[in-house]
Design a protein around this ligand. Structure first.
Ligand code: FE
Ligand code: MN
Length: 299
C-alpha cells in the first residue's frame, strides 16, 4: 500500500522548508506528503504567505517529494468554520478556505482538504437548525468548489470528524453528503477517512469499524489518515504505541477492499511538550515499521 505523511508531526518543531524536506527524504521513508496549514496560516497576508508557500513547495521538489495536497490542521479545526451559528461567520470561513486554495495554488498543490466545521450545541441538538445548516453548508461547499476550479485545483477533500456537533461524522451521513454533492460541484468533492475517527467507539458504537465506512462510502474515498488509537479518544499516536490497530488488521482491510492505490497519510500529533528528540525517534520508527510491513518498500 501507499504510505504518505501528513506534516502534523513537525508543527512547532521543524519549520525550515529545506531542513524538514531533507529529514523526510533521508529519514522518513516516503515521498508522498500532505502539507498542513498548521505550518503556514492561510490568513497571513497573501503576498508574503505565498512567498513562504513557494519556499516550501520548492524545497519538497528539490528532495524529490511529491506534494499531493494541503490539509487543514489543529488550528483551523478549532473554529466552527462553515457550521458557525451566524451567516456572517460562515462567510468568513468561506473566505478562509478560499485563502487556503490560493495558498495551495501557490504551492502547485492540486487539492485542499479539511473537516467542514462544527456547530454550537444549541444548533446541533435542534433538528430543524441542523437541517438548515446542512443545506447552507452544501451551498458553501459548491461555492468553494467553483473557486477551486477557477484557481486550477482538481478536487476538494472532506475529512469526516467524530463529534455529534460536526458532520459528516458517520458512514451513513458521509455517504449522504457525497450523494448530495455529486454532480453539483465544479470540481469533485471526495472523502478522506481518518482511521482514528472511523473506529472511535464512544460515538460510533457498533459502527466503529473501517469496514462499515468502506461498505458505504468506498467509491467516494480519496485517501486516509493513518494513526494509532485506543478507540476511546482521538489519539493520533505513533505506531510505537499499542492500540486498537495492528499491522495485520490494517493489511486485511487494505487487501479485502483493494485499497492499494489510495494513499494512507500517517497523521501523528504529538503533545507540544514532548521533546524534539522523542518525536524524531517516534516518527522515524513509525514510518519505518509501516513501510516495512505494509508499504511499497519506501523511498
Ligand atoms: Fe485526520
Ligand atoms: Mn483526528
Amino acid at each position: 500500500m501507499k504510505i504518505g505523511l501528513n506534516l502534523s508531526f513537525a508543527v512547532k518543531r521543524w519549520l525550515e522548508p529545506k531542513f524538514l524536506s531533507s529529514m523526510i527524504r533521508n529519514d522518513l521513508e516516503t515521498r508522498y506528503i500532505q502539507f498542513t496549514w498548521d505550518l503556514l496560516d492561510p490568513w497571513w497576508p497573501s503576498r508574503q504567505r505565498d512567498k513562504i508557500a513557494r519556499e516550501w513547495s520548492q524545497a519538497f521538489k528539490k528532495e524529490g517529494l511529491i506534494l499531493t495536497g494541503t490539509f487543514g490542521g489543529l488550528a483551523s479545526y478549532t473554529y466552527p468554520q462553515l457550521m458557525a451559528p451566524t451567516a456572517e461567520q460562515r462567510k468568513i470561513s468561506l473566505d478562509f478556505f478560499k485563502r487556503a486554495i490560493d495558498m495551495s495554488a501557490a504551492m502547485e498543490s492540486s487539492s485542499i482538504g479539511t473537516p467542514l466545521g462544527g456547530m454550537t450545541h444549541n444548533d446541533a441538538y435542534d433538528e430543524k437548525r441542523r437541517e438548515e445548516i446542512y443545506s447552507v453548508v452544501l451551498d458553501l461547499v459548491r461555492k468553494l468548489a467553483a473557486y477551486a476550479k477557477k484557481k486550477g485545483l482538481e478536487k476538494i477533500i472532506i475529512e469526516p470528524t467524530p463529534l455529534f456537533t460536526e458532520f459528516p461524522n458517520d458512514p451513513k451521513n458521509s455517504l449522504k453528503l457525497m450523494q448530495d454533492l455529486n454532480g453539483t460541484t465544479d470540481v469533485p468533492v471526495r472523502l478522506l477517512v481518518d482511521w482514528g475517527h472511523a473506529i472511535l467507539e464512544p460515538f460510533l458504537k457498533e459502527q466503529a469499524d473501517m469496514e462499515n465506512w468502506l461498505n458505504k462510502c468506498q467509491p467516494y474515498i480519496d485517501s486516509f489518515h493513518l494513526q494509532q488509537t485506543d478507540g476511546l479518544l482521538d489519539r493520533h499516536w505513533g505506531f510505537t504505541h499499542d492500540g486498537k490497530l495492528n499491522i495485520d488488521s490494517i493489511r486485511y482491510v487494505i487487501e479485502k477492499y483493494n485499497l492499494n492505490d489510495l494513499i494512507q497519510y500517517v497523521e501523528i500529533i504529538y503533545p507540544f511538550e514532548e521533546t524534539d528528540e522523542n518525536v524524531y525517534d517516534d516518527i522515524r520508527k513509525t514510518m519505518r515499521m509501516l513501510q516495512n510491513s505494509l508499504g511499497e518498500g519506501g523511498y
